[in-house]
Design a protein around this ligand. Structure first.
Ligand code: CP
Length: 341
């Protein structure tokens, strides 16, 4: 054991100064260092007592949420976080209908203009290319937090899943093995972000998917650049997935969700593949009997019937609803750290 240089009573303003991310965008999780991520989690722990309460760290600040895709969790949790921090919110949840995007205004112009009203923006958009567009706007806008861009990034969800793992498994990511499992890793943006964050913190990652629908190259390149400890397995049966979880000592199964919506072409085929990713309470209990380990399971939500066994809801393995309890504190940490206090 060694005495740490920063040992002393913790106060929130010093903690936020220590994190040192004031004014930064959040596009990909690996844009942030291991130390910065650890400090975001430490700040979140300090803010947890206030997630149903009020701590006026951002009095007078304004958050603008612009969501070009539907959302319940991401938009509401950021907005609640800003209210809990004493700030205010302006919101656009249907910009293609009720903002000047409907009149053809470019996204860049809208972000520059709304930066004159707000101190921080949370943006969700269906296009992968928005990640580059936002990066190119640096200096022309207030900090922009991605609420999900295309198929490649959903960093606040990834951070929430990491924070849940950090709280559930004792905080040492280097001792953690996580399986990210979905038939379609190519469109699993919350899985991409969780994977990058786990890699940054030194966890072991197993990507379980299907041939032809692997993790996109942009994410694979980032994993390689970090020397991430990751393996990829494709086309396993559910029995083989369960065997691998037991053999590899997986702590946490992550299901990034069904990416083919009702009515979309290919959904039936997707659901057929989904059967081999259908984790059950029975399966998790068998793994526990074999290994003595209670494997946690989470899903980014919203979920659809057929994705996994909902009997897990009432079990000790369930982390998907428990994580929602951390989502406001985590977003309070992000907003306070990015706006500064
Ligand atoms: N997990 C997630 O992004 O949920 P919403 O789409 O409801 O924000």
């Amino acid at each position: 054991m060694a005495l740490t240089a920063d040992f002393g009573p913790r106060d929130i303003a010093t903690q936020i100064e220590r994190t040192g991310i004031k004014g930064r965008n959040l596009i990909f999780i690996d844009d942030y260092s291991q130390e910065e991520l650890s400090n975001i989690f430490k700040t979140a722990e300090m803010l947890e007592p206030y997630y149903r309460n009020r701590i006026p760290l951002l009095e007078g600040k304004v958050l603008c949420t612009q969501f070009f895709q539907p959302s319940t969790r991401t938009r509401f949790s950021h907005e609640t976080a800003m209210f809990r921090l004493g700030g205010n919110v302006i919101t656009e949840s249907n910009p293609l209908v009720s903002s000047s995007a409907a009149k053809g205004e470019s996204l860049a112009d809208a972000l520059i203009v709304t930066s004159e009203y707000a101190d921080v923006i949370v943006l969700r958009h269906p296009d992968d290319a928005v990640a580059d567009e936002v990066a190119e706007l640096a200096g022309k806008t207030v900090p922009i937090i991605s609420g999900g861009y295309g198929n490649v990034t959903h960093p606040t969800q990834g951070l929430l899943d990491m924070y849940t793992a950090y709280r559930a498994f004792g905080g040492d990511f280097t001792k953690m093995t996580v399986m990210i499992a979905t038939p379609d890793l190519s469109r699993a943006r919350s899985g991409q972000s969780f994977g990058l964050g786990l890699a940054r913190m030194g966890a072991k990652i197993i990507y379980a998917g299907t041939t032809g629908l692997e993790t996109p190259d942009v994410i694979r390149d980032k994993l390689k650049a970090m020397n991430a400890n990751f393996t990829e397995v494709n086309d396993l049966t559910i029995a083989q997935h369960e065997q691998m979880i037991a053999d590899e000592g997986v702590d946490y199964i992550y299901l990034p969700g069904c990416s083919v919506k009702k009515g979309d072409p290919g959904r039936d085929e997707f659901l057929k593949k989904m059967a081999e990713f259908y984790f059950t309470l029975d399966g998790l209990e068998k793994i526990e009997k074999k290994t003595g380990k209670v494997v946690g399971i989470t899903h980014s939500l919203p979920r659809n019937a057929g994705e996994f066994d909902f009997a897990i809801d009432e079990s000790k393995h369930q982390l998907y609803f428990k994580s929602i309890g951390f989502s406001v504190a985590l977003r309070m940490s992000l907003l306070a750290n990015i706006c500064g206090v």
